[in-house]
Design a protein around this ligand. Structure first.
Ligand SMILES: NC(=O)c1ccc[n+]([C@@H]2O[C@H](COP(=O)([O-])OP(=O)(O)OC[C@H]3O[C@@H](n4cnc5c(N)ncnc54)[C@H](O)[C@@H]3O)[C@@H](O)[C@H]2O)c1
Ligand SMILES: O=C(O)C1=N[C@H](C(=O)O)CCC1
Length: 249
């Protein structure tokens, strides 16, 4: 496969390595200082674009891929309020699009089990649920995209929670926030060099259940993104990683 990379930061560089290991070719690399090279002509050299840039640049980059008619795999987070608009544009133009808040196999298993656990917990309403995420200090968005997907998995399956509320505690200096009974708290913490840790905690007076995923490095995210690009070949339509992993057990 001929791959174009949109965003050549921490993730773009590891994706390049994973793609080359899987015998793909990198035909275009776009980053902040050569954005003008993201032309339809250049993009059309590629079979797929893998987009890991910034919350600020991702939407314009997706539009350029749509205009060029090139399939696009998006790992960038922090743009999900525009999801419906992107989905509509994708379907209207007959494009191929796949997004994931987290491409790692482990996290996608976690997403699935998280939903099943939330369903079970409906029977035990005396447990209070909370989501916690920890990432490196360069991260631009909070909560993490992964934490949003986890929260949505809980909200879709746990009857007594109606929406999520994020609190970012960089140095513990924030005012403590008291959640409303129907609110799901997502606590975000930023610590140097943490690739990504997510925990769902169900707490009661007598015990706690902690369900946790810890990324040891970024390789799992990068491999998942390349696998997604392979999976998207020859398809048209709007997909998420859930369609690719398809854990219907
Ligand atoms: N879905 C996943 O599995 C997953 C995993 C890790 C990171 N992410 C997300 O991917 C994104 C990138 O993460 P990162 O750790 O590589 O960040 P990073 O800051 O290391 O890299 C981002 C790169 O984008 C470049 N950039 C800026 N403007 C651009 C533009 N207009 N076009 C193209 N590139 C541009 C920056 O110069 C930088 O090199 C973030 O949103 C992060 O949350 C997702
Ligand atoms: O390093 C990041 O930034 C990450 N972003 C994704 C998110 O927001 O969930 C995935 C984990 C790493």
């Amino acid at each position: 496969m001929k791959i174009a990379l949109s965003g050549y930061g921490k993730m773009g560089k590891i994706i390049e390595k994973m793609a080359l290991d899987r015998k793909h070719e990198i035909v275009l690399i776009i980053d902040q200082d050569n954005q003008h090279e993201m032309t339809p002509e250049n993009l059309r050299q590629a079979d797929v674009v893998i987009e890991f840039s910034t919350p600020h640049s991702v939407l314009a980059n997706i539009q350029k891929c749509f205009e060029a008619g090139v399939p696009v795999v998006v790992g960038t987070t922090g743009w999900y309020e525009q999801m419906e608009q992107i989905k509509q544009q994708c379907l209207d133009n007959g494009n191929a699009f796949l997004w994931a808040s987290n491409f790692s196999v482990g996290v996608n298993i976690f997403f699935h089990v998280n939903k099943m656990l939330a369903k079970i917990m409906n029977r035990y309403p005396y447990y209070e649920v909370q989501v916690e995420e920890i990432h490196h200090t360069q991260k631009l968005d909070a909560p993490s995209g992964t934490a949003i997907t986890i929260a949505e998995g809980i909200l879709d399956n746990l009857e007594n929670k109606k929406g999520w509320k994020n609190v970012l505690t960089n140095d513990g200096a924030e005012e403590p926030y008291t959640v409303k009974p129907d609110e799901l708290l997502i606590e975000s913490l930023r610590i140097e060099n943490v690739p990504g840790t997510h925990t769902v905690v169900y707490d009661s007076e007598v015990d706690s259940i902690e369900f946790k995923h810890t990324a040891h490095n970024r390789n799992g995210f990068a491999l998942g993104a390349v696998l997604a690009a392979e999976w998207l070949q020859g398809k048209q339509g709007f997909y998420s990683a859930q369609d690719m992993f398809n854990f219907n057990v």
